[in-house]
Design a protein around this ligand. Sequence first.
Ligand code: GLC
Length: 816
Amino acid sequence: MEGSVAIRPDKFGLSDEQALRKHIGFFKTVENIGVGNTYICYGDKGNAAIVFLTDDVFRIKIYQGADVDLSTTVGVLPQVSEVEVKTLENESQFIFATTTIRLIVDKSNCSLSIEDHEGHLIARQNPVGWNARGEHSADYDMPAESHFYGFGEKTGFLDKRGERYTNWNTDVYAPHVPEIEAIYQSIPLLIHMFEERSYGLFLDNPGRSDFDMRSAETTFSISCATGAYDIYFINGPGLKDVVSRYTALTGRIDLPPKWAIGYHQSRYSYMNQQEVLELARTFRTKQIPCDVIYLDIHYMDEYRVFTFDPVRFPDPEGMMEELKSLGIRIIPIVDPGVKKDPKYTVYQEGVRENHFIKKLEGDIFLGEVWPGISAFPDFTEDRTSEWWGEQHRYYTELGIQGIWNDMNEPALFNESKTMDLDAMHGNNGKPQTHEELHNLYGMLMSKATYEGLSRQLDGQRPFVLTRAGYAGIQRYAAVWTGDNRSFWEHMALAMPMVLNMGLSGIPFAGPDIGGFGHNATGELLARWTQMGAFFPYCRNHSAIGTIRQEPWSFGEKTEEIVRNYIGLRYRFMPHLYQLFRGAATDGLPIVRPLLLEYPSDPNVTNLCDQFLLGENILIAPVYRPDTDHRSVYLPAGTWIDYWTGEALVGGRPILAHAPLEIMPMYIRAGAIIAEGPLKQSADDASDESITFHIYGASASTGFESAYTLYEDDGVSFDYRQGGYSELSLNVVGGAGTVEIQWRYNEARGFKPERKLLQFSFRRPDFTVGRVEGLQRLTAEQLVAGAEGWTHNPSTDELLIQVSDQAVGDKLVVSTA
Ligand code: GLC
């Protein structure tokens, strides 16, 4: 039986107030208001402020009324504009030109065209319209061959053509399927690529917004439900240009502590202190590397944040001490809901000092989460963020250096799954409703946490993990992709999700390895760990009531595979750390879709069941059960099979043999990759040696390759004052020799405790005759630490070993 709701008026087209009928209209004048490069275009019914930030980035904000507010959300870093803009006016247009682009504003309706100086149209925005409710929307040209990327954490494939997404941070326990339009994170960034040319549009609006690449044939649209239409145009032309400019705008990661790049083990929940310690000891006795164990909600006293349950965790200090001796850190979960309990000091203080979100009428907003009825700190107030940050002394005084922020969309147990939209945020004196600021809540919580930890850790780098976030979240936290399931489909889904997060400025991301809900199998865990070992964030986590998912839960064969791949991650750690350093300095992702490196290859625009780690390592996980072969697309160039050393010609798909213990991996010929010794935890300083693997080296064909190894202490901020080491390595081959040259940076403010350097050539195209100044030795002699070289005929590997003391040196390998 249907009720009258079946004939609700809104089912029959747009009501008057919903129709987007107002536009700025005819533009009369333009004025440079003398603040940076800010121009106001005055229209009939509204105005547009245009701010040029660089030659390639400008902001356009539509507003009504006399005054323009050019403040931004916390998502955008303060920008200094030094760009020179030339303006020009003719009868029908205002034109703004930088050295790279021309923005043409049509006076009749304020539509925008962006061109390069050759007159190629890059983007076109039709007039922004709005309705009586303040909803804004604009359409943009969408040529037939368009591709779309970015959007942060979304379900679906890599290319978002034909999709529609909503930005509204939402706790989606289930299902993570393609039709879920809103999930935990909201990064309102769209990257449009066509004809190999890319540009980005970033809508700096923390309320609900929609990106629709589905509904119209020749246009896509961007709209927002509340707040201002405040959009940034980010020029390419390369996809890398867009990502790097977007991250210059919203920030880049801080170099994380090295231990945070290690393997993390979690479960909802490790129920008591004994279980945690037993778990840590098992990792060590089984020799499975691990850096972190998580404490999920059961560590707390009835889910009160900043407490330990006195029965389950009677001696946190003792627990921390033993964990420290094992080289394992603890990360406790901290949710935003503070239990309403008049006897609980955090609640008392929050009420007394006015830190909780209230309704306009003055009552504290209360909602239900794990602890029962709870109040929520108002992180839009700096003083509250500081108060929250200070609470973390409870953990940092125990030696804890990392915090896990969850349920920070914020998630509530009610029908809307979040806070009432009319709850009020103080917002440092500029009050706004929750509806207007919703998507900022999680990021502001992580910011408060990160800043609190930074104050407390005495110069050590903090680590924060978050579920919810907004543009710029990368400055404060790594992101995991929430409550996935132990489904093969979700393993596959993690690839495009994490890849698009990387293109959206969030390089430090990963899914729950093995899947959170439902029940993993040994095969799924083995395959997922193989893939997860190469994701920037690497944590195994599973839900209460599901089958156990620790590496040893499925028998010896699975355990062995999981051990080996986690071990491989630790061996790759020097290279991985290097990639994190890169992301911190240039904003480019750590794991990349092939598209980022091969933008002109039409085969890779939507390729997302394989990915690149940095530029040179191609990872092709097996993500189906009972599968021991898979198709791998090798892009142009020569690729070396990591396992066999075989050189393969790229620019074509190949069929890779992948029995359960093998995940196909390929290294680009010409690349150098540093591998370190196997360690049980990342900050174990016993670095005996480092091996530079030189791939595809040739003594005859003008071979050239370079690499920089970045190293620091991995825990402190000393690197900011020069406390780091950079070794530049150059390998040149031709005319019967291969020359290896290396040099440390002069002011080498950090020296690893390392004795040896190794250079490895696998299946080179030459037979070695001699290595100048070094003797041919046996493999055993090298293992014993002698300088020299050896050749292993069964693997066809030339290994050279020298002591690592000088500022640099040179070696010449001559062919036989
Ligand atoms: C949420 C989190 C999950 C966590 C659980 C209990 O579902 O996404 O990771 O284990 O809450 O805290």
